[in-house]
Design a protein around this ligand. Structure first.
Ligand code: ADP
Ligand code: F6P
Length: 505
């Protein structure tokens, strides 16, 4: 069915764990559609405007499952996107998401271990690998291949992120060389040593599957280079021949390219004008009054380094008492991956830490920190318009879209404090106050500096940051990948034509 429309260009298939929408079933059996959460969805949400997109994702909540079960045809067009939600068996999904993808792969790639204690690869982990991760990746591959088996148009498949590392191999097995496969990895790719944690069978399966793709996209050149090094180090047949952005294996060349992701500039700016955002903005203005606002907006996620951010703020109030009663920190935090123990513990620690700061420093009606838990994108954008300081201090982060959204919408010439371990550092670092995420003292000094920076300097920095993000939105990010894939498709067609002509001659 997707096959019939827009015959001109290639069909774009996106595969991701989390889809662009989540569904809630209403009492009358119809469904309310909401935007999914997280950076991947923020970034990819706008693609349907320029491309014909089939998006295959997992049904995550109960509403998603009901939506998928009640579709008479598996694919339905929503806001311009052909959507198909897959419903893996719940135990398999749990093993894939809560045992392998999030605690294990995410923790390796963000290097979050307390190494004497974790991780332990047990029989259950191996079982979760086979029955969860491998099985769910296979389910995605089969669903996509079934749909593309008869495609007569060029097809480009873009598997997204660490949840779907095995998809390139399974797709190649089903569809051969006629589709372009181009995964994009949204999270950091650490160097070879970090991957020692994985048993070699699992590690080699991941690397060789990614090398079944045509090229692999990363957020930064550093991630792409680390990937090249990791493949060279662990796969005896993989060679880089001096390149930092390609691997040769089995007579093929696989690219490793940086495509720094961004936000949908027009959409984000349009959001600031919506009545809901305006209302939340005026409510926040009433709440913060004339205090300076230090803002953070994150999933409740250990790699976001929320605890050290709170400790830095506490130290700021201790070491620079002139800020007491004049500043307020607002942390907008959305619960994430709550079935994973480390995430539950992290939420508890954040609440305790914030409580201690308030207990120690509150005066009259002034409370130094407010933690607001919940997923409300309008509220997040409203708050970003108002910050004096935006704290983005992750321990490791593929890009960090909050940094980009913030500098795009902020109306107060706010200052960005940015971790040097966020992918955004490479684009925004020059005009931000940059910190090592481990350095609490450095973060305190950056906060004090930001709160006392002259108006002129704030204005200059904010204007440059705003322009940078405005000029390179998510459409450029995606077009660059599509162009590379189309170029390769054309080169392939050329080679096939030459071979056929040589055969005839
Ligand atoms: P990640 O992909 O790790 O979640 P990013 O910063 O790249 O991190 O993207 C997160 C996306 O989710 C951004 O669009 C951000 O605005 C949104 N988001 C994060 N935290 C919240 C929150 N507390 N409330 C609403 N939206 C949020
Ligand atoms: O951007 C990284 C990422 O892991 C995405 O793959 C994911 O959708 C997002 O963060 C939020 O995580 P989750 O989907 O597990 O809630």
């Amino acid at each position: 069915m997707v096959e019939r429309e827009g015959e001109g260009g290639p069909l774009i298939v996106i595969a991701s764990n989390r889809g662009p929408f989540r569904f809630r079933e209403k009492a009358n059996g119809t469904f309310e559609v909401e935007r999914g959460s997280g950076g991947l969805v923020t970034a990819l949400g706008a693609l349907a405007e320029d491309h014909e997109v089939l998006w295959v994702a997992s049904a995550i909540g109960e509403g998603d499952r009901r939506w998928a079960e009640t579709r008479t045809r598996q694919v339905e067009k929503i806001e311009g996107i052909y959507l198909q939600l897959l419903t893996p068996a719940r135990p398999a999904y749990d093993q894939y998401y809560n045992v392998i993808a999030n605690p294990l792969l995410w923790f390796i790639q963000h290097q979050l271990w307390d190494i004497p204690r974790a991780p332990s690869i047990t029989r259950e982990t191996w079982q979760a690998w086979e029955e969860g991760y491998v099985a769910v990746n296979k389910l995605f591959a089969d669903a996509i291949a079934d749909r593309l088996d008869k495609a007569s148009r060029p097809v480009i498949v873009f598997p997204q992120d660490y949840q779907l590392y095995l998809l390139p191999r399974f797709l190649r097995e089903r569809l051969g060389a006629r589709v372009q496969i181009q995964p994009f990895i949204h999270i950091p790719w650490p160097g070879p040593d970090a991957w020692r944690i994985l048993p070699h069978i699992i590690r080699d399966d991941i690397l060789s599957s990614l090398l079944a793709a045509d090229r692999v996209g990363f957020q930064t050149k550093r991630d792409a280079f680390n990937f090249v090094q990791t493949c060279r180090f662990y796969l005896p047949d993989a060679h880089s021949r001096g390149s930092r952005e390609s691997i040769h294996i089995g007579g093929r060349e696989v690219g490793a390219r940086a495509y720094p992701i961004s936000v949908d500039v027009d959409k984000v700016l349009a959001l600031t004008e919506e009545p809901q955002t305006e209302l939340l903005k005026s409510q926040l203005i009433n709440t913060i009054g004339d205090h300076q606002l230090i803002l953070r907006v994150d999933r409740i996620e250990p790699s976001k380094n929320i605890l050290r951010g709170l400790r830095a703020y506490q130290t700021l109030l201790q070491d620079y008492p002139e800020h007491r009663g004049r500043v307020v920190m607002v942390a907008l935090l959305v619960p994430s991956r709550m079935e994973v123990e480390q995430y539950q513990d992290y939420l508890r620690e954040i609440m305790a830490e914030a409580g201690l700061i308030n207990a120690e420093y509150s005066e009259r009606f002034w409370e130094p920190v407010r933690v607001v838990v919940g997923d409300d994108y309008h509220r997040a954008i409203a708050a970003m318009e108002l910050y004096d300081v935006l704290l983005v201090n992750p321990l490791a982060d593929g890009m960090n879209l909050v940094a980009k959204e913030g500098v795009l919408v902020n109306q107060r010439n706010g200052v960005l404090i940015l971790s040097e371990n966020a992918g955004a550092f490479y684009e925004l670092g020059d005009q931000a106050l940059t910190v090592s995420p481990f350095d609490i003292h450095g973060t305190v000094e950056a906060m004090h500096h930001a709160l006392t920076l002259s108006h002129d300097e704030r204005r200059q920095r904010a204007a440059i940051l705003h322009d940078k993000v405005r000029r390179a939105g998510v459409k450029q990010w995606f077009s660059a990948q599509v162009e590379d894939a189309i170029r390769a498709l054309q080169a392939d067609t050329g080679t096939r034509a030459d071979t056929a002509a040589a055969g005839r001659g």
